[in-house]
Ligand binder design. Structure first.
Ligand code: GLY
Ligand code: MN
Ligand code: MN
Length: 456
């Protein structure tokens, strides 16, 4: 970790965040960064990723560290590395130096946390060892209830909208992500493997000393929504769906999808469906502004897709009626997007606490149940807009589904589009006081422009 490679304004940003938390929550708070998990022997570990709640207030991806926050004051608990560790890991900055960098008011060894933990609120960390340590120190189960729920709600309300320092990081992640997509498009050629294109994309991210914000999806089987296999060779008639996003060294994410033709040229059927998805994408972005319900954006995407499929003769009926009966979800089964910030699917470690307005719960409707965000938009929120079209065998060949939608799908017409497995177009959209700003707008979405970038 290079603690000097952080903006000098970091400490002030973190102080502001702590002050804002203190206004919402008067219970003392302890937040754990977590520890790395071993693969086989202790020194061979999976890459460490600090807890995002810790990162938000502590700013640096410290391992095995805890911060205690009370009335805006911060104490850093962390052990200095033992002298023996320098052989394997090099010299580590001392606790006092790190504390200074992040504007902590005090710095103490971990052993002193025990007596100061009692009565504090916390948020569960993902790794099992730290989760156990949390409950041992606090002498209770760690769950989203009581003071922990109050804390999680306060943190969610702060992380819901982004301050200037966060936006600077998010813009960096977006810029590197765009470069990665351009590299993926330029590298695409029939005969290569999906893995080759993935490598061309992730190379850019790694070369900027960033990591991937999630497991890259680079696949000719775009209908498998979270496909993490890369072994297929690219055939000239294939579409390639690439959902790849960078994460800055301090943890801020981007999340972008483009779909292109391996040959460089969309077939007429691929182009027709691509333009339906693009129309939904553009219509949704045009509607984004404070006060608009995100669920209405999702329903708009569903309606534009239904309308486009009616125009192509794949669906039959009035678009609004088709959406009412969830016919759009045969081809667009997921939500139109989610919050983005320190995590892709930001704050989903808190379940739907951040994504759903208080008092709202998930719908059990096929066309709404995967909606991850259901609250009015506010200036400063960053959301993804990612409509798609997929031909998922498990949905379209299900006998019950086929009989339920027998009269609204023209199955013969649909068969003519069998060179379209999955298309998604995903951008990262900041809600502004006037409307929106697409942080990833520099990467074209228009079919002609994509063809120009992918020469095949
Ligand atoms: N990359 C995962 C998603 O788009 O939600
Ligand atoms: Mn996404
Ligand atoms: Mn994505």
């Amino acid at each position: 970790m290079d603690i000097h490679n952080t903006p000098s304004s970091l400490a002030q940003t973190l102080r502001d965040r702590r002050q804002r938390l203190a206004q919402l929550c008067d219970t003392p708070v302890i937040l754990f960064s977590g520890c790395s998990s071993s693969r086989n022997f202790p020194a061979n570990v999976f890459p460490f990723r600090a807890s995002s709640h810790f990162l938000y207030f502590a700013g640096l991806p410290l391992e095995n560290a805890v911060i205690r926050l009370e009335s805006g004051h911060m104490t850093l608990f962390m052990d200095d590395a033992p002298p023996s560790s320098a052989l394997w890991h090099g010299e580590m900055p001392a606790r006092e130096k790190i504390a200074q960098r992040i504007g902590a008011d005090a710095a103490l060894p971990m052993a002193e946390l025990g007596s100061k933990a009692e009565g504090s609120a916390t948020v569960a960390v993902q790794d099992a060892d730290t989760h156990l340590l949390q409950s041992q120190l606090l002498k209770r189960a760690i769950a989203l209830q009581g003071i922990d729920l109050e804390l999680a709600s306060a943190i969610a309300s702060l992380r819901m909208t982004h301050d200037a320092a966060a936006l600077e990081e998010l813009r960096l992640a977006a810029a590197v992500t765009l470069e990665a997509h351009l590299s993926g498009m330029a590298s695409t050629q029939a005969g290569l493997l999906e893995a080759d294109v993935r490598a061309a994309m992730e190379r850019v991210i790694i070369a900027h000393n960033m990591t991937c914000a999630y497991s890259s999806i680079v696949t000719v089987c775009g209908e498998v929504l979270h496909n993490n296999h890369y072994h297929h060779s690219l055939q000239p008639g294939d579409l390639l769906l690439a959902d790849v996003g960078a994460e800055t060294a301090n943890g801020w994410a981007a999340d972008v999808t483009r779909t292109w033709a391996v040959s460089g040229k969309f077939s007429s059927t691929q182009r027709d469906i691509y333009n339906v998805v693009l129309a939904a994408h553009d219509a949704c972005i045009a509607k984004i502004r404070p006060g608009v319900e995100y669920q209405d954006i999702h329903l708009l995407a569903a309606t534009v897709i239904a309308e486009g499929l009616v125009n192509l003769g794949i669906l039959q009926g009035k678009p609004e009626d088709l959406v009412e009966m969830d016919a759009h979800a045969l081809f667009f089964p997921h939500g139109v997007g989610h919050l983005l910030g320190l995590d892709v699917h930001d704050m989903e470690d808190l379940g739907d606490l951040a994504g759903y307005e208080a008092g709202r719960t998930r719908s059990d409707r096929f066309g709404l149940c995967y909606l991850r965000l259901n609250r009015p938009l506010q200036a400063g929120m960053l959301v993804t807009i990612e409509p798609g079209f997929y031909q998922v065998g498990a949905i379209l060949n299900n006998p019950e589904t086929r009989s339920k939608y027998q009269n609204v799908v023209n199955w013969e017409r649909l068969a003519q589009f069998n060179d379209v497995r999955g298309i998604r177009i995903e951008d990262d959209v900041l809600v502004t006081s006037q409307g929106s700003e697409v942080l990833t707008a520099a990467l074209p979405t228009n079919a002609d422009a994509i063809e120009h970038l992918v020469k095949g």
